[in-house]
Design a protein around this ligand. Structure first.
Ligand code: PLP
Length: 401
């Protein structure tokens, strides 16, 4: 018999498992709103034009080689990524007190940052939002941190529970790490206002709480890279320290290239240098060094003014299509006279709508309408199109009446 015969079958990942179930469904009207990946009006994955151009440029360059990157990744990519998230005029960049390492997309950046903190930061507790992206608790637990939650979402308003958030962060032990979704909160689509961010910043700084930003959707929420980075820049402007995990999966459509960055903003260049040396000790035994291709694509686009501008237009078009899907779904429910207040569909931000549908309703919609989503009622607006909105609206209408 096999030495592994005692293993039990593990459950599918709660998010990726939705796609597995979808793929098995033979129905021609099936609709996958589970996974957070952009789709065109035709329901197809999108490779940005600007990415195709950058790849062509890389192919044409016969001097390019496939040597290992250094442990911290592509140097130019790291510099440009810091500039993209913090802004070209950031004091942290000017004063050279930031270290940035290329990591395996957003997930890898969170994991490396988590392990670094578990090794070198005095507080081992990280507070994450309730609810949050399903991978967060697992990433940080395996990184060696203790995971606790803070209140975030208010089901009764389908908006932010700001008071609960402030109470919970106010009661956190001094120095605790706080994971903050930089924009387009996953799964709720609910973000603090700029005024609320300022109050969160003041509270966190007064208690010495350590901000760890997860920026998986820069540009995807508002359509503007700068607007979506604003909360992070507020925390950097006050001179304090923070961590930022960046992903290029959504905003450049580089999902499978696994390209992202971890930045740690420090108080001095000297400390930043030491932090980088220790980050390399975390990375080397984990995967040795990151891949070269995705980071090269990003660097080509970010370094060239024309390509950069073209990218911002394509990014805005994706964000606008998602916003238009919100309006169309809201209108479709209104025209059906579907009971309930559905205004959260147009108020929420980014890729997802947290519909408020419960697991039983979700399972009814999957069974009767072949519509797939996570059991918490989260739907990916990027998976919708003008053609499929009526089908989704019919299903929601049927399940709530
Ligand atoms: N953080 C959040 C909140 C996300 O929603 C995602 C992706 O869905 C990620 C991080 C990381 O994604 P990736 O590792 O593909 O960059």
């Amino acid at each position: 018999g096999s030495v592994f015969a005692h293993l039990v079958q593990a459950p599918e990942d709660p998010i990726l498992g939705v796609t597995v179930a979808y793929n098995k469904d033979p129905s021609p009207i099936k609709l996958n709103l589970g996974v957070g990946a952009y789709r065109t009006e035709e329901g197809k994955p999108l490779v940005l034009n600007v990415v195709r151009k950058a790849e062509q440029q890389l192919i044409n360059d016969k001097s390019r080689i496939k040597e290992y990157l250094p442990i911290a990744g592509l140097v130019e990519f790291n510099k440009l990524s810091a500039k993209l998230i913090l802004g070209a005029d950031s004091p942290a960049i000017r004063e050279n007190r930031i270290t940035t390492v290329e990591c395996l997309s957003g997930t890898g950046s969170l994991r490396v940052g988590g392990e670094f903190l578990a090794k070198h930061y005095h507080q081992k507790t990280i507070y994450i939002t309730q609810p949050t992206w399903g991978n967060h608790p697992k990433i940080f637990t395996l990184a060696g941190l203790t995971v606790k939650t803070y209140r975030y979402y208010d089901p009764s308003t389908r908006g932010l529970n700001f008071q609960g958030l402030m109470e919970d962060l106010g009661a956190a032990p001094p120095g605790a790490i706080v994971l903050l979704h930089a924009c387009a909160h996953n799964p709720t689509g609910v973000d603090p206002t700029i005024q609320q961010w300022e109050q969160i910043r003041q509270l966190m700084r007064s208690k010495g709480l350590m901000p760890f930003f997860d920026s998986a959707y820069q540009g995807f929420a508002s359509g503007s890279l700068d607007t979506d980075a604003k909360p992070i820049r507020m925390f950097v402007a006050d001179g304090g320290e923070c961590l930022v995990a960046q992903s290029y999966a959504k905003n450049m459509g580089l999902y499978g290239e696994r390209v992202g960055a971890l930045s740690i903003v420090c108080k001095s260049a000297d400390v930043a240098g030491k932090v980088e040396s220790q980050l390399k000790l975390v990375i080397r035994p984990m995967y040795s060094s990151p891949p070269i291709h995705g980071a090269s694509i990003v660097a080509v686009i970010l370094r060239d003014r024309n390509l950069f501008n073209e990218w911002t237009l394509e990014l805005k078009a994706m964000a606008d299509r998602i916003i238009s899907m919100r309006k169309q779904l809201f209108e479709a429910l209104r025209s059906r006279g579907t009971p309930g207040d559905w205004s959260h569909i147009i108020k929420q931000i980014g890729m997802f709508t947290f519909t408020g549908l419960n697991p039983a309703q979700v399972s009814f919609m999957t069974k009767e309408y072949h519509i797939y989503m996570t059991s918490d009622g989260r739907i990916s607006m990027a998976g919708l199109s003008s053609k499929t909105v009526p089908h989704l609206a019919d299903a929601i209408h049927a399940v709530v009446t």
